[in-house]
Design a protein around this ligand. Structure first.
Ligand SMILES: [Zn+2]
Length: 107
């Protein structure tokens, strides 16, 4: 869970209720892993529901827009976040490598 999302407090819980109600009412709704949500499971079960930012806020996705929020399994949501953090680190290292490659002393 991102700090910005956590900081929403009561508004985050309201948004979560809206997202869960919408997705629960959608016939055949699936997590992004392709498996259904068991709405009876509770945190911290990895198959319990959680609110996923489809386009991550750190990548410019909207924090509170219902269009950017979707129900995902807690475990799938956590691994997606961890994978995206690793990708961002790789992108940063690659950007640093470009700076090194154009060191003026080598021109
Ligand atoms: Zn899943």
């Amino acid at each position: 869970m991102s700090e910005a999302w956590r900081a929403l407090g009561g508004r985050r819980r309201t948004l979560a209720r809206q997202v869960y109600a919408r997705d629960r009412a959608t016939p055949g709704y699936l997590c992004h892993c392709g498996r259904p949500i068991d709405w009876t499971l509770a945190w911290p079960d990895p198959m319990s529901k959680s609110v996923d930012h489809v386009h991550e806020t750190q990548d410019g996705g909207a924090l509170t827009s219902l269009d950017n929020l979707a129900t995902a399994h807690l475990g799938c949501n956590s691994s997606k976040g961890a994978q995206r953090r690793r990708e961002r680190e790789r992108e940063q290292r690659a950007a640093q490598a470009v700076v090194i490659a154009i060191d003026p002393r080598t021109i």
